[in-house]
Design a protein around this ligand. Structure first.
Ligand SMILES: [Ca+2]
Ligand SMILES: [Ca+2]
Length: 341
């Protein structure tokens, strides 16, 4: 309260308020709110009243029907029922209900229901580490057959498309060890050959393969690429030339890389070295990536010279290629073609 000559009037001393309901008989109740001012030498002056918005006092907020926030905390009228068990707090005045909300620690007691859940998650890790059995039973039918061998070869050529599960991939990686993830280059034509040898009754099929591949001490085959461009046909032919190493050649795989925007695989044919492949084939899993491989029971003898495969690519653009061989590179060699470790 300020007087027009800036004099401040003291609240509760010079200024106070009264509030009441006037209930006159025959009339509806009427609210009366008055401001009373006691001042000296106030004649000729005006008075300015400053009102401040009063923050709702705790008492009204406790009425559950009005303020939303307390109603959330106070709605558990059931939480009051536990208080009788304490018998010490019989006063159920609104202020007293504050302590129950604090003792809403009962909601903390709900955490025990959360703690039981961790134990099951502890039991799940064992199931996350499956054992890779490398059984060779790639089709998971419980027995070893030429079909498993053929499937292993197909997994090598078309793993992404076949999308074998972990179990099938594990089984197809017959001569591998440890845990393997599908399509990680673990399954090779050598695995297909070893599965077939196991089916035939070889006592140590993987060692028979090992004698032919990179894990053995034999000299690997020499390999290189030779490409020619047929301008009239619009094709490029790449030949995989080989001199068989000292261990012979029973299983081989090769991964070529080329320009996928320029070339598209049309065919993979057998080269001049054709011992009567048990399995032979090629694929283009993605643009510019080409796989090929072969498996034979009786290996090609050391020193054999010739081509293993002939790849035909279609040109996707009308261009003149000076050095077609430079368009190709060998990205991976498998088994009898791979370098010794
Ligand atoms: Ca099987
Ligand atoms: Ca393998």
């Amino acid at each position: 309260m300020t007087r027009s000559d800036t004099k401040q009037l003291l609240m509760h001393y010079n200024v106070w308020t009264t509030h009441r309901w006037l209930r006159i008989q025959g009339q509806p109740p009427e609210r009366e709110d008055l401001v009373h001012i006691v001042d000296k030498d106030g004649l000729g002056h005006s008075y300015e009243l400053h009102y401040v918005r009063v923050v709702p006092s705790p008492t009204p907020t406790l009425t559950p029907t009005r303020s939303p926030t307390p109603t959330v905390t106070l709605t558990p009228t059931t939480t009051i029922t536990p208080t009788p068990t304490q018998s010490a707090t019989p006063t159920l005045s609104p202020t007293a209900t504050l302590s129950p909300t604090v003792t809403s620690t009962p909601t903390v007691t709900s955490t025990p229901t959360v703690t039981p859940t961790p134990p099951p998650t502890e039991t799940s890790p064992p199931t996350e580490t499956p054992v890779c059995d490398h059984s060779g039973d790639a089709n998971l039918d419980g027995q070893l057959s030429p079909g498993d061998s053929q499937l292993a070869f197909q997994i090598y050529l078309n793993c992404e498309a076949l999308n074998p599960g972990v179990d099938a991939y594990c089984a197809a990686d017959f001569c591998g060890f440890g845990r393997v993830e599908p399509c990680t280059d673990a399954v090779t034509p050598g695995d297909a050959l070893a599965i077939f040898r196991a089916y035939l009754g070889y006592s140590d099929p993987c060692n028979a393969k090992a004698a032919l591949n990179k894990t053995g001490k034999s000299q690997p085959a020499e390999t290189w690429l030779q490409a020619t461009h047929d301008g009239q046909a619009g094709t490029v032919t790449v030949v995989l030339e080989t001199i068989v190493g000292s261990g012979g050649l029973g299983a081989w795989g090769v991964q070529l890389r080329t320009n996928g925007d320029l070339l598209e695989l049309i065919a993979v044919d057998r080269g001049t070295l054709d011992p009567g492949w048990l399995y032979f084939g090629g694929s283009e899993p993605g643009p510019g990536k080409v796989l090929a491989g072969g498996v034979v029971i009786d290996p090609l003898p050391p020193g054999t010279t010739g081509s293993l495969a002939e790849f035909t690519f279609g040109l996707l653009a009308d261009v003149i290629i000076d050095n077609p061989t430079s368009l190709f590179s060998i990205e991976r060699l498998e088994d009898d073609l791979a370098a010794q470790e």
